[in-house]
Structures are given as C-alpha cells and as structure tokens.
Design a protein around this ligand. Sequence first.
Ligand SMILES: Cc1cc2nc3c(=O)[nH]c(=O)nc-3n(C[C@H](O)[C@H](O)[C@H](O)COP(=O)(O)O)c2cc1C
Length: 405
Amino acid sequence: MEGLARRRFLMFLASSPLLGCTAAGRLLAEESLDAIRLPEYLIKSPAEALDVFDFHTAAKRTLPPAHYGYLATGTDGNETLSANRRAFEDIYLRPMRMVDTSDVSLETTLLDERLESPIVLAPVGSQRAFHADAELASARAARAQEHLQILSNVTSNPIEDVIAARGKPVWFQLYPTSQWATAQMMLERAERAGARVVVLTVDLNSGSNRVLLGQYVRTDDRDCSSCHGAGGVEDFLRMTPMYEGSSVTFADFDTSDMTWDYLDRIRRATSMKIVVKGVVTREDAASAVDAGADVVYVSNHGGRAEASGWGALESLPEVVEAVDGSVPVMIDSGFRRGTDIFKALAMGADAVCIGRAYIWGLAAFGQPGVEKVLEMLKAELSMVMGQMGARSIAEIGPQHIGIRR
Ligand SMILES: Cc1cc2nc3c(=O)[nH]c(=O)nc-3n(C[C@H](O)[C@H](O)[C@H](O)COP(=O)(O)O)c2cc1C
C-alpha cells in the first residue's frame, strides 16, 4: 500500500514541470536507472510503445528464427552494426533556449518533391518474411503518415500494387546484376509504373558475410520450400515479382567488375533520376557526383555490407564535404530515435532513411505497427527540434551539435 502511494506521488511528479529540480526528481531518475535493468517488456498493441525498441522486442518474439536472423544480421562479428549505433554517442546536442518553437515544421523538399518530413522508408527486401501484407502494409502506413517510401527490387509485392497502396509513386531501388537485360527490364517496368527515381545500391558488389543470419538459420528446422522454392536462391528470386520472367542466376549477382560507367548505362536506359546508395567515403562521393548522381546516399546497408567497423554517421561529414552542396545527401544505418535523425540533419544530411525500425513495427503488428513507428519518430524529431530551438528543418545546423572528444 505504502509502495502504491509512493508510486502515485512519483507519477504525479513525473507529469510536473518541476521534475528534475526536486529530491523526488532525483529519486525518479534512480528508479528509471532501475528500469533499464527490467526484463524486456512485451507490448500488446502499437499504442503501448514508448520507443521503437518496444517493437524490436515484439518482432523478435513473433518472427521465426531464420526470418529474425535475416532482419537482425550484420556481417562477420557485427562490427559495423555496433559502430552504427555507437556513432550517435559521440555526438551531443546543444539546446538553444527561449526560441518560440510553438510551431515546429518537419516539411522539406527532396529532388523537387515536397515531403512532410525528412524521414524516409529505406528499401527493405522480401517483406513477406515479416508480415503477410508485406510492402503493401508499409505503403499504406507511408501513405497514412505521409512518408516517402523506397521500394526494393526484391519486393514481395509488385511495384504497381505498392504504388496503388501508397497512392503516390515510390522510389525504385535496384540491385545490379551482371546481366544488363535484367536491370533494363526492371527499369522499364518501374518507370512505366510511375517511379521517377531509381536508387542504385552499390555496397554489395563484392558480397557480404552474414554470420548471424547463418547462426539463426541453423536453429530453424521448418520446411521453407513452399515460400523459397526447392532450388535455393535462384528459385526464390524468380518467384519474386520484379525478377519474374527473367532468367537470373545466382552467379549474376557477382557484380564485382562494376564501375561508375554503370550510371551512364542507367541514364541512357531511363529518364528516372539516379540516387547512389551505399557511399561512405569522400572519394566515392566525388565520383558519384562526377558520374552524374542526383543524390548521394550514405549507407553501409545497416551494417550488412562489410565489416568496416565504421559507423554511417562517422562517414557522413567527409561525404557532405566532398559533395559540397552540389546534390542532396541522404543517410541511413542505425537510426532509431528522433535525436539520431536530428544529429544527421545537423551534420548536413537532407533526409534520413530508416530500415529495421519500421520493419520491427511491421513484423509485430503490420500496418498499424509501421504507422506507430513513423508517428513516434516524427514526434521525437519534432520534440528535439523544439528543445534545440529549431523551428524548421532548414534551421537545423552544426550549431546544434558538438563532438565528444
Ligand atoms: C532485412 C533487410 C533487408 C534489406 N533489403 C535491402 C534491399 O533489398 N535493398 C537495399 O538497397 N537495401 C536493403 N537493406 C538495407 C536498408 O535499405 C538500409 O540500408 C538499412 O536497413 C539501414 O539500416 P537500419 O536497418 O539500421 O536502419 C535491407 C536491410 C534489412 C535490415
């Protein structure tokens, strides 16, 4: 009983602006440290979520081991995966007080497209592995929450259906193969469907060593042939809508001979604008701009490409410097909170993509889960903008951050 009364008192204080400067406030802070050590809490509905990590816990409980492994995996010992999150800790925020932030706007523009927020859904392939409604659920959530969506060419749903579900064109992401005919077929189809932008992913040309995925797969003894086909990856790919009708083979995914000329080839084949996804160095940023990229997209594939041990946020400054305002810069890999997004914007990114965070929502609850993730990230970004004294995306700048030495 006494515990209950104290708890009520603390809850009262928690809703008071005085919290933080009272003895009870300190007590509460200690309690919240205890909370960090609480066992994982399983939310039963999207409304219960306090941050996107609540969806991670729920997704992990829901998914079969191999599918969870596909979602979670990094490469080798997950060095880059860890570095992506660690990088945010090296940047702190510099709040500016007493600015009228009663009206904070997240609106921005990207490639002449007006966006309600700079938060974009990154291309994530094979979403049927996470929920029966797959990319259609993500598209409906993107529509409801007004976000740009990038669709993987390994989509489980046809691009035409996804665009109908979003009610607007998506950006189309392309994995190159060594057979140009396959790329050409997809580019033509995407453009016919209404896509105006192609996102060329360039960070898997030499493969990737996904150890964690392998570890999860060997704990999963289900018979997967009804979804994956009996003939391995080739069968699986030919069963996906964008590869249908192609004669793609596993060997075609060896694109280790690809160079910047590939952009020229794309440009001759399509009028879509070209985004290069997977750039992390100043050298490649400069080459991408020289080769005519319309956007440079900083990404290490969420730690799924190479074990560089280098966080995406750490590579952002040199890319921004090399691009020098000539084209927009986007970024992903490790973004989980509004503060993460704010830091990248302050460092010069024009838009931030999220991958696993929305897929956790999809896996746990389908469309409502994705919607809640997007809603929370917007609310968090809006709050941190208020705290930093930035009323618009354009007002966010280097003055709002510092680097921990
Ligand atoms: C399960 C999964 C599938 C992915 N599929 C693709 C894909 O088909 N094409 C692509 O360019 N990137 C793909 N990515 C990478 C994402 O676009 C993005 O770079 C990454 O998820 C960002 O990191 P984050 O998950 O930490 O937010 C995938 C990522 C995950 C987790």
